[in-house]
Each structure stands twice: as structure tokens, then as C-alpha cells.
Design a protein around this ligand. Structure first.
Ligand SMILES: *Cc1c(COP(=O)(O)O)cnc(C)c1O
Length: 297
């Protein structure tokens, strides 16, 4: 049995620790991670309208792709099952001897997995029959207009007009495009890129949502070595942050997001009196790839 999606579990948590008092800032966290134990945070919002579209079109199978620890793969496998779809996951790299916890979970949810060597993966040379009318294809990370529109609804779970800054992690940029869509005049949307050399991030966001009332700032250089890489400082921060706030973060997205925001606060990036909303976009399942004991939560 897969538990149902529960958007009413999403809440806003106010943070309180000395750095915030010292800088006279208010910081709140929107806990979209609480929406479902396996359909991680923003992935539910990004997938929803694709799945509804596929239902309306009478499709039978959802096809998507991602890496061996991908939040998107796990979320798609489980969310699509809630809608009674079959699922096909195209996984980057060779078939491993031992499957990652994420791949096992996707497989247990019924996802059929195919392993694609890295070159073909990069070229999006996939063994999916493009003429098969039963298939509905969702881009990696749910990048696209429907993903963006779904992500905009994350901000329905707070009083968005209370905040001067709304901050989120950037992978494909779909979520941040949605935050831009939902934002109001005078606000600043801050996107923290978790990839190295992700220099077209802003362009990709603007492709999904060209005009906006709010200002967009894409921040680079907080990737801690690159996508899904980490260093001891990041791990130390994540553990300290948990001690202070009891908020668990993942090392791929939200750990880097909160680490970056914390460093920006220390470096006086935000004017006194600013009110920040930081989106906890989920992703905790990926921490299973870390050696046991690395994190205290
Ligand atoms: C996928 C993911 C993101 C990135 O979202 P994009 O819309 O691809 O930018 C951020 N945080 C978490 C936890 C994710 O799983």
C-alpha cells in the first residue's frame, strides 16, 4: 500500500537562532518535504499536472529518466502508481550489480528499469518507441510548463505576501520558475544552484517563465564540489542545522540551499528586516547513499 499524498501536512516553521537575531532577519521554512514519505517535496508538485494530463489523454505508461539515486525516479515510480500507470525508468549508466536503495524502491513500486550508457544518455538516445501511443514522457526532473505550474502551487501553503525573499534550490530550475510565477511584486526569488557550471540556469528558468513581477537572483558557487558531491563542511553544517532546528536536509539539494543561505546571511547579503521563506523541497531519500553515521538524523 502506498500512502496518499497529504498536502495538509505541509507547514511553515519559523527559525530562531542567534545569527538571525544578530542580523535582525526572519527566516521561515516551508516544509514541502512533509507532503509524502516517498514522493519527495517539490516532486509531487512538479509531477501532478503531467500525471493528470496523461490520464486525460488515456495513456498507460509513464516514461522518464534519471540517475541511480534520483529523487525524480523514486517520486515518479510512486506517484504514477497512485494514478495506476505503469512506469519505465531510463537510468544513467550501466546496470549495477547491487541496486541503490532508490532503484530498489522504484523497482518495488513496479517501475521497469533500463540502464543506458552515459554517452547514449547524454545524447538522449533512449530505447523508447516514440510511436507507442500508450507512452507519456516526462522530462528529467519534470522540466516543462506543467512542472512549473505545479511548483507554483507550493506557495499556496503559506502566506506568501509576508516574505521579502523566497529561496529554493535549483536543479533543472522548474521549481524556481514556479516560485517566480507565484511571486508578487517587490519580492526577490533566490535560486541556489547545486550544480557546477550551471551557467544557463537562469535562461532555463526564463524559458519556463519569461515575465515576472518579482526579481530573480540565481546564485552560483555553493555546490560544494559539484552535483551530488559533498565536503566535510557541508556535512558539518547539515548536522549543526539539525541540532538547531530539528530540520533534516539532504546533501544534494536542501543541505546546500540552507548552507548557502546561512553563509549569505553571515556575509550581510540580506538587508536588516528582510523576511525570508526557504523552501524545503524534500529529497531526504538520497541520504541513503551516505555512509551510515555521516548524519545524526
Ligand atoms: C529535484 C529537486 C530539486 C530541484 O528542483 P528543480 O525543479 O529540478 O530545479 C530541489 N530539491 C530537491 C529536494 C529535489 O529533489
Amino acid at each position: 500500500m502506498i500512502s496518499p499524498v497529504n498536502t495538509s501536512a505541509i507547514n511553515v516553521q519559523e527559525l530562531s537562532f542567534p545569527l538571525l537575531q544578530e542580523k535582525d532577519l526572519e527566516v521561515a521554512v516551508l516544509r514541502s518535504d512533509k507532503v509524502h514519505p516517498d514522493i519527495s517535496g517539490n516532486k509531487w508538485f512538479k509531477l501532478r499536472y503531467y500525471l493528470e494530463d496523461a490520464k486525460e489523454l488515456g495513456k498507460k505508461t509513464i516514461v522518464t529518466w534519471g540517475g541511480a539515486w534520483s529523487n525524480h525516479i523514486v517520486a515518479t515510480a510512486i506517484a504514477a502508481k497512485l494514478y495506476d500507470f505503469k512506469t519505465i525508468g531510463l537510468i544513467r549508466g550501466e546496470e549495477p550489480i547491487t541496486y541503490s536503495a532508490s532503484l530498489n524502491q522504484a523497482r518495488e513500486a513496479g517501475m521497469q528499469l533500463f540502464f543506458i550508457d552515459r554517452e547514449k544518455y547524454r545524447a538522449k538516445n533512449f530505447p523508447v518507441d516514440p510511436d507507442n501511443a500508450d507512452n507519456y514522457i516526462i522530462n528529467e526532473g519534470g522540466y516543462g510548463i506543467k512542472g512549473m505550474s505545479g511548483a507554483a502551487e507550493i506557495l499556496d501553503h503559506c502566506k506568501k505576501e509576508n516574505y521579502s525573499h523566497i529561496c529554493g534550490a535549483i536543479g533543472t530550475g522548474t521549481m524556481v520558475a514556479g516560485l517566480l510565477k507565484a511571486s508578487i511584486k517587490g519580492q526577490t526569488i533566490i535560486g541556489i544552484s547545486v550544480l557546477k557550471n550551471n551557467l544557463d540556469a537562469e535562461e532555463k528558468i526564463r524559458q519556463l517563465f519569461p515575465g515576472s513581477a518579482a526579481e530573480l537572483q540565481v546564485i552560483h558557487g555553493h555546490h560544494c564540489g559539484g552535483y551530488a558531491r559533498f565536503d566535510p563542511e557541508l556535512i558539518r553544517f547539515m548536522n549543526d542545522f539539525y541540532r538547531l532546528t530539528e530540520i533534516p536536509t539532504d546533501f544534494v539539494y536542501t543541505g546546500k540551499l540552507f548552507f548557502a543561505i546561512n553563509n549569505m546571511i553571515t556575509d550581510h547579503y540580506f538587508k536588516t528586516g528582510s523576511k525570508l521563506l526557504v523552501i524545503h523541497s524534500g529529497g531526504l531519500q538520497g541520504n541513503r547513499s551516505l555512509e551510515k553515521g555521516t548524519l545524526i538524523f
